[in-house]
Design a protein around this ligand. Structure first.
Ligand SMILES: Cc1cc2nc3c(=O)[nH]c(=O)nc-3n(C[C@H](O)[C@H](O)[C@H](O)COP(=O)(O)OP(=O)(O)OC[C@H]3O[C@@H](n4cnc5c(N)ncnc54)[C@H](O)[C@@H]3O)c2cc1C
Length: 412
């Protein structure tokens, strides 16, 4: 030890109202929401955010925000920033292509106009969401985002939680929001168990241009192995029509495909899309995501609420994952605004658990069932799926009920 360096002084912890662990999209939205509502909110994340589509490791997935999620983004002052980049989803099309040769056997269109004067939702790229939400946070006096540090330990006490960061810093917070992802270190630290279901599936994610316009139609094509989904993106500056693609299939097939040259992959993707939008040309990077379902057995611990993938992970079917997460955040925000003095208290967290646990569990089980139906390879199961799609399409009350359910009430 050099003479002029003594032991590191122990500094008093900082104090905030809300500590958000995790600067994924859910964590960033939670930070914006609580700061806009008057709570001093600090968000930390060990991984610096990537806000450039072409940078290695960029999150090239897109998120379709359904109407209730858009309402939350509007309520917290974020939507005006996102709106210019969003592609509306007016029609959700389900295509059953489970014939022997993969031929299209049923098409069911669900038009938002049947239940609303607005689109079902709006689609935005995740990397762009990070860029815009971070820019918004910089304008909020009560919000701070600190990348490069993570939560290393959490000690819940009666009046607050004492959180220690990976750089040794400490903070006292009334409420800790764990938005620290599917392997949530906070969930593990608090000893909250989680159940995981695996399907042996992976999703290939990429953007593609195509000669035919998508017409604001989001299309999910079911054959076997999982759905192939085309989600509208705004046309490029060069005027070319673009869609985001999520292609779910068995792991070994996807490992083979990801090694293909882009032209060869585009050829397979065009074939799998049934040529609906014409030949696809792949743009930019290709990402591979393992598909699982996971749900935490509890959504709360002392002074802590789990949200988003820390609480639930679902296969990307019907654009539910992040929408379910924004519903978690909206529920917490409602409780915090109803009684700010009770922020992070046991009654507030019990109310959050009651409000969300069974809604989340029901939704998770529903999406699991849809995914298993889409994986189905046996002809009998594929025929049953075809009958199901036809019934939903042809019975108006059933169709409208499903449209409402997909958009919101079960989520929020
Ligand atoms: C292929 C695919 C397509 C999808 N499409 C849609 C869609 O169209 N619509 C939809 O609603 N959902 C969709 N989803 C789901 C959605 O993308 C995810 O739910 C969402 O991105 C997860 O966000 P998150 O913030 O919970 O987690 P993450 O993005 O994983 O963020 C967690 C963050 O926590 C950080 N972290 C980890 N450890 C710590 C620590 N100790 N302290 C602090 N921070 C920590 C990590 O660095 C990370 O940045 C899709 C998912 C997939 C796989």
């Amino acid at each position: 030890m050099s003479p002029d360096t003594g032991p590191t002084p122990i500094t008093a912890p900082e104090t905030v109202d809300v500590l958000v662990a995790g600067g994924g999209i859910a964590g960033l939205v939670a930070t914006a929401a609580f700061a806009a509502s008057g709570f001093r909110t600090l968000c930390v994340d060990p991984a610096p955010p990537i806000t450039d589509e072409m940078a290695p490791g960029a999150d090239i997935r897109t998120t379709a925000f359904m109407q209730p999620s858009q309402a939350l983004l509007e309520r917290i002052g974020l939507w005006s920033r996102l709106d210019p980049h969003a592609a509306p989803l007016q029609i959700m099309r389900i295509v059953e292509a489970g014939g022997r040769q993969g031929e299209v056997r049923e098409i069911a269109d669900f038009n938002a106009a049947e239940i609303s004067d607005r689109p079902f939702g709006w689609n935005l790229p995740n990397w762009l969401l990070r860029r815009e939400i971070l820019a918004h946070l910089a304008t909020l006096p009560l919000a701070e985002f600190r990348p490069g540090i993570g939560v290393a330990d959490i000690l819940p006490r009666t009046r607050e939680a004492l959180v220690t960061f990976s750089d040794g810093g400490r903070v006292k917070a009334d409420l800790v929001i764990a938005a620290d992802g599917r392997d949530s270190p906070i969930r593990a630290r608090l000893g909250i168990a989680a159940t995981t279901w695996r399907y042996g599936q992976k999703a290939l994610v990429f953007s593609a241009t195509h000669p035919r316009p998508h017409g604001n139609v989001s299309t999910e094509i079911h054959r076997s192995g999982g759905p192939f989904t085309l989600v509208p993106l705004p046309d490029g500056e060069d005027g070319r029509h673009r869609s985001a693609i999520v292609w779910m299939d068995r792991g070994p097939e996807q490992r083979r495909r990801v090694m293909l040259a882009p032209e060869a992959l585009a050829k397979e993707a065009t074939e799998r899309s049934g040529g609906l939008l014409g030949p696809l040309t792949i743009e930019g990077p290709i990402a591979v995501w393992p598909i699982i379902t996971r749900f935490a057995h509890r959504l709360t611990g002392p002074r802590t609420a789990l949200v988003a993938e820390a609480a639930h992970v679902v296969p990307p079917i019907g654009a539910q994952g992040l929408n379910l997460s924004l519903a978690d955040i909206a529920a917490l925000l409602d409780l915090a605004e109803a009684d700010a003095a009770a922020l992070g208290s046991a009654p507030m967290l019990a109310a959050y658990e009651r409000k969300r646990k069974w809604l989340v569990r029901t939704r998770v089980q529903g999406i699991d069932m849809l995914n298993r139906t889409s994986i189905a390879g046996a002809p009998l199961l594929r025929d049953l799926r075809r009958i199901g799609i036809r019934l939903i399409r042809d019975i108006p009350p059933l169709r409208r009920r499903l449209m409402h359910a997909g958009m919101g009430p079960g989520l929020f």
